[in-house]
Every structure is written in structure tokens, then in C-alpha cells.
Design a protein around this ligand. Structure first.
Ligand SMILES: Cc1cc2nc3c(=O)[nH]c(=O)nc-3n(C[C@H](O)[C@H](O)[C@H](O)COP(=O)(O)OP(=O)(O)OC[C@H]3O[C@@H](n4cnc5c(N)ncnc54)[C@H](O)[C@@H]3O)c2cc1C
Length: 525
């Protein structure tokens, strides 16, 4: 007999399967010999009170053995070598999962990626720190795995209605992710584990007959009578078929290309601010209500907040407990910060973006750029950050309390941001629209979470790649571009996703819509 039960146990008991079994026996009033095996199928942390609890859902195998199966639901990928083909542009989560879903549905993906293979990409990423150089085709945003490859690998998403989160997590497990992501309420892979998983996803595509081309940048669409027939690339090659465009929010040349080729796009709101870094011990103390911090059994603590300041949302974004701040620019003369963390979340810092929502029309001086207005704003603020950082990848930074009090920091604390930091009056050169709201938010959060507002925390500028500043408009039903048949705008760059899982789900949705049209077989309900 199998039985799922709920248990509430201390963090130390939750780390020991024998103790979990003991609790299960006591609760169910059965002798330990009757439980042949147990599996944890859900785990979450309740840190609302000083006593932190771990809530578990445990599957008991009573008087029977657990089946000898893999812990994930495997997907079957047929051979599509001779199947009709589709072009997928961009090998981020959107493009990779679109390609895999096309294979499942009997369509051969031709996946084109401007950057390098994920392992090769690592070398260019190291150069940013060593030589302060950004390779415009291979960096934290561009290359196999997309912006997701050297990220935190947080797989938690709020957009559950857009597709099957469970399916995405299972595909990750099938390609090498720990099955803990199927269990944890806030699943997380870790930047050190992601590259191998990305490589396995690519090998799956190739093994099923799909094609993958690296260092192949799409420079224009082949359009005939308002229908996209294929793409032309920087290598001089043309690839034909319907196109899933999953180029991410950093491919500004793609937005300019669409504008040039009269493919309808529109300006979209995004959020801009700073990345704040606290000592992780301090965040642990605050979140676990314990001066001792997290102790031996709890993970580095997370936090999140949303506050209203001057009628605008100010919120924490992509929090990385025990993580690092990274240089996420995709071209020279830009400075962009983002965050990531390794699987053990073991660094001595915890960082988070703290950003203010900005919408088209908030900065009238950019209105003249029409659909590209917030993209131009984003370009300018990133260039300004680069200038303020000394025309290098050194990030302009200010202690938190000094920022709130409009004071230049005389010294800076240590930081996880390896290209280095330079003291800068962020309160003076970031737009007042943003700084005034950040200030209000820091004060308010500091009142609720004692210790959060501190000069031990360092603000790094600028956090500007929170989402796409442009939407590539598509039809809600067919997912094709509103005016251009054969074009499926996909993922974060098209403005329809934010984060690894939602981009992956959007990739699957676009693949289904494309396969339906190509094969004439109804797939979606
Ligand atoms: C440092 C960092 C940390 C992050 N941490 C997390 C996290 O923990 N959890 C989370 O959910 N999200 C995180 N994100 C965001 C997440 O990575 C993105 O939301 C997600 O990758 C978007 O997927 P996508 O496929 O739509 O686009 P992308 O991942 O941006 O992929 C687009 C791909 O298209 C390629 N491309 C661009 N232009 C062209 C062209 N012209 N021709 C061919 N190829 C092209 C790019 O090289 C890239 O590989 C993080 C992002 C960064 C930068």
C-alpha cells in the first residue's frame, strides 16, 4: 500500500531519513518494519516564526517495496531526421524547449545560436573579469543556454497557467538535474550544474535528428507577401521554414531588425534599479529571526518584497541567497549587473535586484523613439553606468544607508562582484524617478525587517535587464505574429515570459502552435 502523509519537522530531523521514518511511524501508529521505503515528494520551509519548521509530504510504501523506476516522468523523443523542418532562433530556455517539443511532435528543429557552446562560453565569461572585455556574441546573455546558463537556476515561477511547470522540471531531471527540483517548493539548480544540463539538452536535440548551429547569428527574416519563409544569417546561409524567434531580451539588434523590416513591435514596461548585496549571515538572522543565523541545517535565507512608492511598484527581483553579483552586459560600453548562485548557495553574500516599474510614457524625452522608447532609455542608463564605473566593467556602488541619506560612500565593503566596484553617488545620476522610490522602499522595508537598512549593504548599478523593453506582438490563439504569418515570437525577448521556466513553457507553446499549423493535426485543447 502507498500512502502520502504530511509531516512538520525540525530542520535537523528533516535532514535525516531515519528520523523522518520515525516521525511517520509515530503519526501513523505503525511499526517501522512495515514501512519498506519512503520518498519525500514535497518540501517547503516555514520561517514565519522563530521556530523554523520544514513541511514535508512523504510517500510511504507500507508492506510493499517502492517500484524500481526513475523519479521523473521521462519524455520520448522520436527520430525526426526526415520530418518537415522549422527554424528556431536562440538556444536559451525558450529555444531549447521549443526544439525539444517540436521533436516530440514530429517536426525537425534547425536551432540557430549566435553564441558558442556552453562550455566554450565559460572562457569568454572569465575574460570579463580578467580583461574587463565583453564579447558581443558570447557573454552572460548570449550563447548556448541563453541568459539561463550561468544564472541562479531558480525554477520557481508564478506563471503556472501558461503551461506545465511539472513537465519542464521533469525534462530538466531527465537531462541531469537533481530530482530535488521535483520536491522543493522553491526549486533551484545552481550555476555550477546548469552547463552540463544545457549540453545534455542539445545532445538530445541532435540525437533525435535536429540540427544545432553555433556562431550563427540571424541578421534578417526572409519575408514574402507578409509571410516569414526563413532567415538569413551572418554566415551567409539561409535557413527555410516557419520561424520561432526566441532571442531573449538582450538581442537589441533583433528589435532594430524587426523595426527595419516593418514587423510590428510595441514598447513595453520594464523595471530598473540596483542590485543590493548584504552579508548572507545578516539576511539569515533577519529571515530566521535568530541572532545565530541559519545554523547547520537551514539553507541561506531568501527574501522578497513588493512595496508601493509614489504609486509605483518597487520590488525585489531574482534574489540570490549565498550568491554572486555578475557583469551581465552583452556589448562594450554597457554596464549591467545581475545575480546568480551555486547549488550550495554557500557564498558569504546574499544579493537581490531591487527595481522600480517604469512604463512607456514615464520618460517623455524618449517618446520620439516610439516602439523603441524604453529600449533607448535602457541603453542610455546602461551606458551611463559604464561611464560612472570608469569606462570599465567596474560597477558604480554606494552603501545603502549613504544612498538613503544622499551621501557619497567614503569606503566600500567587500563585494562578490569580481570586476570590482567604485564609489559613486547613485542618488545623483540614476533618474530621480527611480532613486526617490528606491529610497522610500528601503526605509519601509527597513522598518519591517530590522537590520535590512544598513551601511553593511552595498548597492551596485545598474539592474536594467529585468524583462524586455519591447513586445513582438502575436495573436493570442495562433501565437503567430499579429501581422506576419510563419513567425512565432517566443520567450522573454518577445515579451511573453520572464524567467527560465516561463520561457521554457512559452517555447513549448510556440512549438505546439507551429506544429499544429505545419501538420494540420490538432494538439492544443
Ligand atoms: C545572471 C542571470 C541570472 C538569472 N537568474 C535566473 C534565475 O535564477 N531564474 C530564472 O527563472 N531566471 C533567471 N534569469 C533570467 C533567465 O535566464 C531568462 O528569463 C531566460 O533565460 C529567458 O529565456 P529566453 O529563452 O526567452 O531568452 P534567453 O535566455 O535570453 O536566450 C536567447 C538566446 O538567443 C540567442 N540570440 C540572440 N540573438 C540572436 C540572433 N540574432 N541569432 C541567433 N541567436 C540569437 C542568444 O545568444 C541567447 O542564447 C537570469 C538571467 C541572468 C542574466
Amino acid at each position: 500500500m502507498q500512502k502520502d502523509i504530511s509531516l512538520k519537522v525540525s530542520p535537523s530531523d528533516a535532514s535525516d531519513l531515519e528520523l523522518i521514518k520515525k516521525h511517520a511511524c509515530e503519526q501513523e501508529q505503525i511499526v517501522p518494519e512495515r514501512i519498506h521505503s519512503l520518498r519525500i515528494i514535497r518540501r517547503s520551509t516555514d520561517a514565519r516564526q522563530r521556530q523554523v519548521w520544514i513541511n514535508l509530504t512523504v510517500r510511504l510504501f507500507i508492506d510493499e517495496d517502492a517500484p524500481d523506476t526513475v523519479p521523473y516522468k521521462p519524455t520520448h523523443y522520436p527520430d525526426v531526421s526526415d520530418a518537415p523542418q522549422a527554424v528556431v532562433v536562440g538556444a536559451g530556455p525558450g529555444g531549447l524547449f521549443a526544439s525539444l517539443r517540436l521533436i516530440e511532435l514530429g517536426v525537425r528543429p534547425i536551432l540557430l545560436e549566435r553564441g558558442k557552446e556552453v562550455m566554450e562560453r565559460l572562457k569568454d565569461i572569465m575574460l570579463i573579469k580578467k580583461e574587463q572585455k565583453i564579447n558581443p556574441e558570447s557573454n552572460y546573455c548570449f550563447g548556448e543556454g541563453g541568459a539561463g546558463a550561468f544564472s541562479d537556476g531558480k525554477l520557481y515561477t508564478r506563471s503556472k497557467k501558461r503551461g506545465s511547470v511539472e513537465k519542464i522540471l521533469n525534462v530538466f531531471c531527465q537531462h541531469g538535474a537533481s530530482d530535488s527540483i521535483l520536491v522543493d517548493a522553491h526549486p533551484h539548480i545552481g550555476t555550477n550544474k546548469l552547463p552540463l544540463i544545457v549540453k545534455n539538452l542539445r545532445e538530445q536535440i541532435k540525437a533525435s535528428g535536429g540540427m544545432v548551429h553555433f556562431s550563427t547569428r540571424v541578421d534578417s527574416l526572409i519575408i514574402e507577401n507578409n509571410e516569414v519563409k526563413g532567415v538569413e544569417t551572418n554566415t551567409g546561409e539561409k535557413f527555410f521554414g516557419p520561424v520561432i524567434l526566441a532571442t531573449g531580451h538582450s538581442a537589441r539588434d533583433i528589435y532594430y531588425m524587426l523595426d527595419r523590416q516593418n514587423v510590428k513591435i510595441e514598447a513595453k514596461g520594464l523595471a530598473v534599479g540596483v542590485r543590493i548585496e548584504h552579508p548572507s549571515h545578516l539576511i539569515d538572522q533577519i529571515q530566521y529571526h535568530n541572532p545565530e543565523g541559519r545554523g547547520e541545517y537551514l539553507p541561506a535565507a531568501e527574501y522578497s518584497f513588493v512595496v508601493q512608492a509614489k504609486e509605483r511598484g518597487v520590488y525585489s527581483f531574482c534574489m540570490c541567497p549565498g550568491g554572486f553579483i555578475v557583469p551581465a552586459a552583452s556589448s562594450e560600453e554597457q554596464l549591467v549587473v545581475n545575480g546568480m548562485s551555486p547549488a550550495n548557495r554557500g557564498s558569504k553574500w546574499s544579493n537581490s535586484g531591487v527595481v522600480v516599474q517604469v512604463n512607456p510614457g514615464d520618460f517623455p524625452e524618449y517618446d520620439k523613439f516610439g516602439a523603441l522608447s524604453l529600449l533607448k532609455f535602457q541603453e542610455d542608463i546602461e551606458h551611463r553606468a559604464w561611464v560612472e564605473g570608469g569606462c570599465k566593467q567596474t560597477a558604480p556602488a554606494q552603501r545603502m544607508y549613504d544612498f538613503v541619506n544622499k551621501k557619497v560612500s567614503e569606503s566600500l565593503p567587500s563585494t562578490s562582484y569580481t570586476p570590482g566596484v567604485v564609489s559613486s553617488p547613485l542618488h545623483e545620476w540614476l533618474p530621480t524617478y527611480v532613486t526617490s522610490r528606491l529610497r522610500e522602499a528601503f526605509i519601509e522595508v527597513g522598518k519591517k525587517q530590522k537590520g535590512y537598512l544598513t551601511n553593511d549593504a552595498l548597492l551596485h548599478a545598474v539592474e536594467s535587464r529585468t524583462s524586455s523593453p519591447v513586445r513582438v506582438v502575436r495573436n493570442r490563439e495562433t501565437l503567430e505574429h499579429e501581422e506576419m504569418a510563419g513567425l512565432y515570437p517566443c520567450g522573454e525577448g518577445a515579451g511573453y515570459a520572464g524567467g527560465i521556466v516561463s520561457a521554457a513553457m512559452d517555447g513549448e507553446n510556440c512549438a505546439e502552435a507551429l506544429a499544429e499549423k505545419l501538420t494540420g493535426i490538432k494538439i492544443r485543447s
